[in-house]
Ligand binder design. Sequence first.
Ligand SMILES: *Cc1c(COP(=O)(O)O)cnc(C)c1O
Length: 380
Amino acid sequence: MINIFQPCLGKEELEKIEEVFRSNWIGKGQQVLDFEKLFALSLGVDPQHFTSTTCCTEGLFLATKLFELGQGDEVIVPSISFVAVGSAVIACGAKLVLCDVDPHSLNVRASDIAPKISAKTKAVFVTHYGGVPCDMDPIIELCERNRIVIIEDAACAVQSFYKGRACGTLGDMGVWSFDAMKILCTGDGGMIYLKDKKLLEIAKEFLYLGLPGKQKSGMDRSTDGGGNWWEFEVNRPGHRAIMNNIAGAIGLAQMEKLQDFICRRRKIDERYRRELNGIHWLKLPPDVPSYCQSSYYLFWIQTEYRDKLARYLLDNGVYTTYRYWPLHKVQYFSDAAGGIFSLPGAEEASRYTLNIPLHQSLSDDDVTKIIALIRSFRLY
Ligand SMILES: *Cc1c(COP(=O)(O)O)cnc(C)c1O
């Protein structure tokens, strides 16, 4: 079976993990700090705005705490969002307000957000679908004018840039994922950007047991101070959601390969666009705008024969899927968002879109096979 996603891990990662084993400290330590720094610098941003965590979902939930979202607030979420975005909003007690997206890019536009804004709107979550940046300037302008916080779900947008600026650093907060299906994979892991450095300090406390000040590698304070190092104070109720050195070590090794990964993905994306061009029953994704850089996380095609094509490819050894099933079609979220309503762009996207394999481990032969299968697909 040709997988839709696949990590790319090898001896470089193992060597770095070996160093961690030898150090006898596998908790949060040097490898994690180095990874945070390298990640920030690869985006051209000051590392003091970044901290790592256990997964992107943790960062999405954290956003609701940092920006004090809750009862009486409204939070706008594009219907085509990862499930955890909807959950984070509901869990904090705010009202989930679902909005539409562009049916072809599956990205949210300022014109989708604007009609959903009310006096109670406090935040909006933005997802860069498949690693292609949303058109952020109009969204930023709209949100600034209405004093709305922008939280970017940049889970798929590692190394995506909008007009030279990294996705995830365009709004007030950004979160990335390094889970098993992402381009840069650490097993599980996430990264957080906060525009406001003071909020970053609070974030670190939330992520590590509410303990004040710098995250330590264990609960004990430094032995230097003179007092008992096992006593402590807590500033807030905290989770325990810090990255460990094993994940950090994998991340460091992956950082060295990241440009090659993206380069390979771009080549596959180009082949799909070239060799699937001109099929009358199939639509290709919009071109990446010239002022944007994509991470090429997803490739998608759109066709009214989507379901049948997915089956056909599966029967022939190619796994495909559709991301992300719209939240307004999930009973739990649609109930929370106030019942039946129509979001035509998201409807269209979810009916016709199929994500086909795109990852750095695909061979040229794999790509040839996928293209040939799609070309040989009979509509009736
Ligand atoms: C993978 C993904 C997430 C979740 O990331 P985890 O690290 O698994 O929590 C969130 N949003 C999007 C868009 C994703 O693709």
